[in-house]
Design a protein around this ligand. Structure first.
Ligand code: SF4
Length: 161
């Protein structure tokens, strides 16, 4: 089998779908589009290094693209072997009807940490995840914070009701 990182015959690595564009193995997962900036996924991975030079100066690459890179043990979001980020995202209720949407076609799925950890729910949440958080979106910033606990997200949701 050839994996997204070209490691034919090797066990698949877990890849982070909210990855770091600057890592050498980083690939473009998709393009953010439309008013909501939801991700439209690429059919094939494109090395991040091939496209970063085309992003206009002054625009953070993560504003327009989503990247995937290796899920690494030193990540601030790690909770044991699990990804704490997708667990915090799951605390926020999904939009009505979200469970009826078809899953995005995504080249990363066989090696995706979120898919391997939480299955279809990760894929339903994934298009709306942005890597840079506008500072005026309090809930988004809270969920993205590696030190945020699930209880803190739940408390925020309860206070907002
Ligand atoms: S969570 Fe699903 S849609 Fe997102 S990168 Fe992983 S496999 Fe693809």
């Amino acid at each position: 089998m050839t994996t997204v990182d070209g490691s034919a015959g090797q066990p698949p690595l877990n890849w982070c779908p909210s990855g770091d564009a600057s890592r050498p193995e980083s690939v473009v997962l998709g393009v953010r589009s439309g008013d909501g900036g939801e991700v439209v996924y690429l059919a094939e991975p494109v090395p991040a290094a091939d496209v970063l030079g085309a992003v206009p100066a002054g625009i953070a690459p993560n504003r327009v693209l989503r990247f995937a890179s290796h899920c690494v043990s030193e990540c601030a979001n790690r909770v044991g072997d699990a990804c704490g980020l997708i667990e915090r995202i799951r605390v926020v209720p999904e939009e009505a009807g979200a469970d009826e949407r078809s899953l995005p076609r995504c080249h990363l799925r066989p090696q995706c940490k979120w898919w391997n950890q939480v299955g279809v729910e990760g894929c339903r949440r994934c298009p709306a995840v942005v890597t840079l958080n506008p500072h005026d979106d309090e809930l988004r910033v809270l969920v993205a914070g590696p030190d945020t606990t699930l209880e803190q997200v739940e408390e925020w949701m309860a206070a907002a009701e």
